[in-house]
Write a protein that binds this ligand. Structure first.
Ligand SMILES: Cc1cc2nc3c(=O)[nH]c(=O)nc-3n(C[C@H](O)[C@H](O)[C@@H](O)COP(=O)(O)OP(=O)(O)OC[C@H]3O[C@@H](n4cnc5c(N)ncnc54)[C@H](O)[C@@H]3O)c2cc1C
Length: 433
């Protein structure tokens, strides 16, 4: 007996979670099946819509102005500007006070742990006081046990990038942590619970000890940036305590992987899935599919591998959001690049030596590998016809864009997840009525 739902979303990254939430806006039964960790935990937690365009050298001031310059096959061109705006509004509603940036179409400029400036559309509220458009001087604070964030080096890079304020970096020891392999979640936990640590005079909380460690480095700066590890469950409270104690604004600099802002975004999405009544089945892969009788263009059910047991899942509509080459939604062998569940068409040069170019900083053809799709995001075969009537695709399983060069990864996942999920939810309604 197959497990029955109306919409089945395959893949639980940003694209799949958004698709499931968008489908659940309709009164339909939605299930999300996902396998391994998504890229959410590794990514910055920023919602990058479009930072760079092929026709511009520098970072884009307004991503919407550059949409027309993208190739026709780009996912943004498939879904259109109105859908991108709706998807962002959907995200804003979902994220509430946890994210900022909805007041403007312009990209915000967020300093990164590498000392670069990233153009992004939405950013965690914890990042907001650190924006590079703000002219107040900055002290960046790193920790001896956290080699992934070299505050003096990041400060030097930011100065070299020409930020309109003075920025210095200082390195302190983090109270209560001696090992340099401690996870960011360990730092966050100590701050969350304000763990008591031993000092000469007795015991104090980690937050007070951190304030003591940092205040001696301040030279009149109005804001202090820490690597993004300032608490998890009680992050707002931690930041407020540090800001009050130091008498400055406190912000987080996105870093990763693993990335605490990414983990927080994942938690936010999965809490929303639960609230929306989406059934989530995780840790299991979808391995194959069957079409409906003689009708080769309609998926009847997919098969989930539960520790060797083959469990059929049937739905009216399906969304494929299994990621790109990183998520294994698209895979490559010596002679071919392919989509492993439905064998949807992935266009690529026959000669594998044309998949790459020599220059490390040149545009790599493989970065754009993925499915092509129509306006409803139905994957297309080699002749440009929909592979299946009831399958849509979202996120980095789609081709035609280079998220790393464009800084568009999460924006594309959000917009295409929203469009694919909305169409899937609506198509169920059509069949039911
Ligand atoms: C290290 C790193 C850092 C990044 N940083 C940024 C950033 O700062 N900003 C930005 O905008 N973008 C960033 N990106 C890109 C961004 O994370 C992606 O573009 C993301 O949005 C793609 O989301 P997705 O949902 O399409 O895929 P994924 O996040 O890859 O999720 C796909 C999910 O599908 C699951 N899956 C795969 N096959 C199956 C199957 N057969 N059955 C069931 N489930 C399956 C996978 O296990 C995974 O959980 C980064 C990517 C990486 C790798």
């Amino acid at each position: 007996m197959a497990i029955e739902d109306d919409v089945l979303v395959i893949g639980g990254g940003l694209a799949g979670a958004t698709a499931a939430l968008a489908a659940a806006e309709r009164d339909v039964r939605v299930r999300l099946v996902t396998y391994k960790q998504s890229t959410l935990r590794h990514a910055s937690g920023l919602i990058d819509v479009l930072g760079y365009a092929p026709t511009d050298d520098g970072p884009l001031t307004n991503p919407y102005d550059a949409l027309e310059s993208l190739p026709d096959s780009h996912p943004y061109r498939l879904v259109g500007e109105a859908a991108i705006r709706k998807a962002l509004a959907f995200f804003d509603e979902l994220a509430g006070a946890a994210y900022a940036g909805s007041h403007t179409d312009a990209n915000a400029l967020v300093p990164t742990a590498a000392g670069t400036i990233k153009p992004t559309a939405r950013y965690p509220t914890a990042t907001a006081p650190g924006l590079a458009s703000d002219r107040r001087d900055v002290l960046l604070v790193g920790f001896e046990t956290l080699p992934g964030f070299d505050a003096p080096l990041a400060a030097a890079h930011l100065e070299a990038a020409g930020v309109p304020f003075d920025v210095r970096g200082a390195t302190c020891s983090f109270p209560g942590i001696r090992r340099d392999d401690a996870k960011v979640t360990r730092y966050a936990h100590l701050l969350d619970v304000d763990e008591a640590i031993a000092v000469d005079a007795g015991e104090i909380g980690v937050r007070a000890a951190l304030i003591e460690a940092v205040e001696g480095h301040l030279e009149g700066e109005a804001r202090v940036g820490f690597p993004a590890l300032l608490g998890d469950e009680h992050a707002d409270e931690v930041r407020t305590d540090l800001a009050d104690g130091l008498g400055v604004d406190v912000f987080e600099v996105p870093m990763g992987p693993p990335s605490l802002p990414g983990i927080r975004l994942e938690d936010l999405l999965y809490d929303a899935l639960e609230d929306a009544g989406v059934r989530v089945t995780s840790g299991v892969p979808v391995v194959e599919y069957e079409t409906a009788g003689a009708s080769e263009d309609r998926i009847d059910h997919v098969v989930v591998d539960r520790n060797g047991a083959q469990v059929p899942h049937r739905a009216t509509q399906y969304v494929l959001a299994t990621g790109g080459l990183v998520g294994k939604g698209v895979q490559s062998e010596r002679q071919r690049v392919y989509e492993p569940i439905f064998d949807c068409h992935v266009s690529h040069a026959d000669d594998r030596y044309e998949w790459f170019v020599d220059g490390v900083f040149d545009e790599q053809p493989y970065a754009r590998f993925g499915l092509s799709a129509d306006g409803e995001l139905r994957p297309l075969d080699a002749d440009g016809k929909p592979e299946f009537r009831n399958l849509r695709a979202a996120g980095s399983v789609l081709g035609g864009y280079d998220y790393a060069a464009e800084k568009s990864g999460s924006g594309v996942s959000l917009a295409t997840g929203y469009v694919a999920g909305t169409h899937a939810g609506e198509a169920v309604d059509e069949v039911i009525r």
